[in-house]
Design a protein around this ligand. Structure first.
Ligand SMILES: [Fe+2]
Ligand SMILES: [Fe+2]
Length: 161
């Protein structure tokens, strides 16, 4: 890797891998989720994730690269942890708290990655790619916020019981 553009492409491949792994993991989280609120948030984000992968395909075009993945150990670790949490917790409401926590760790990872890609796209002069990445960043931030809201609703509900 020599240039910022090389690093940009490398990180793009890393995020492309991450989004695909997330796509694979979300259905299991949805299946395990106890409350409708959490299931709805995860379902909506699954649909968004599909769009995000398509946006990444477009970003690859802007840098004249065929879409390809670079294994990302960070997201593998986060998703393995999520799977562990889901298999180890029996109490349903605690399970939701665990799923939310795991989901937010993934969202924060994505927020960091997309923030970096946007800054680099700006520096390299890829304004259209930057616009696409910004759309995705907004979705990641919203997903994170919605997970926080579901967590707070659950806390409130349990406090009321
Ligand atoms: Fe994503
Ligand atoms: Fe996400």
């Amino acid at each position: 890797m020599k240039t910022l553009k090389d690093l940009f492409v490398h990180t793009l491949q890393d995020v492309y891998y991450a989004e695909q792994r997330i796509m694979e993991s979300l259905p299991m989280m949805i299946e395990k989720a106890e409350t409708n609120e959490l299931r709805n948030v995860l379902n909506a984000h699954l649909a968004e994730t599909e769009k995000q992968i398509q946006r990444l395909d477009e970003v690859f075009e802007f840098v004249d690269e065929a879409p390809s993945t670079e294994e990302c150990e960070a997201v593998d670790g986060l998703l393995e942890e999520a799977e562990e949490v889901m298999s180890e917790i029996d109490d349903k409401s605690v399970l939701d708290a665990g799923i939310i926590a795991a989901g937010q760790a993934v969202e924060h990872y994505e927020i960091a990655r997309y923030g970096t890609l946007i800054a680099w796209a700006d520096q390299i002069g890829l304004s259209q790619a930057k616009g696409l990445l910004e759309q995705t960043l907004e979705e990641e931030k919203r997903a994170d916020k919605l997970l926080t809201e579901v967590a707070l609703q659950n806390v409130n509900r349990q406090a009321a019981e």
